[in-house]
Write a new protein. Sequence first.
Length: 255
Amino acid sequence: MRQQVTEKQPYEKSLRLAFRLLRFSTRLKYSTLMSIGRFLGRRVMQLDAEHTRIAAINIDTCFPILTPQQNRELLQEHFENAGMGIMEMAVSWWFPDDRFKKLVHIKGLNHLKTALQKNKGVIFASAQFTTPDVLSRCLGEIIETTAVYHPHSNAFIDGCIRSYREKQLKQVLIHEDMKAITETLKNNKAVLFTHDMPVEHKQFTFADFFTIPAATNTVISRFARMTHAVVIPVTVLRRPNDEGYNLIFESPLPG
């Protein structure tokens, strides 16, 4: 038992130090934070051979028409975006309201207002981008939202994620709490399904992704059928030149 504690402490101390540094970094300009993120991403690409290899295979499989040089450029861009995602987590958690709101430009808000008038609840369907915490904070500024997520395997990281998402949103529910999720939608509330939802054996189907069959989570469609909630795709896209984000509400999915 003593050995387990000894092995765990340095790891958790490192995480706590990293989170303190991230919080301190939010005193810097937003553009500087994004530059730091891109630098971190390139360093990870150089040091993490296994994940770099996996990403390279995925890019080559999905984009067979690209030249090796184009593949390499896209691979670097991928890791730069992942590094920016780390800094964006800090932005979404610790930027004061006045700084954060200046970064966000909203499009398609009329789709949300129309959906709420149907009194059937709203499901926000998000894609697997690197800005989940930015999305959570953006939605929390507009409407009371319940987020559904899968706990992180590390207890310290999970506690941080859950704590800050609860500050940004109305509440956070574990993906297994089916009853609470259903009741929230039936009360005409908004529910966000984040992209860290697990793909379990009863909740997926194979759908083509770049013409390749891929395991795809079906939990959103199942809740939509059960509750008749309106499903609105919502995304946060980075604006050029580190000018912030576009929060985009798409038109509701048919059904």
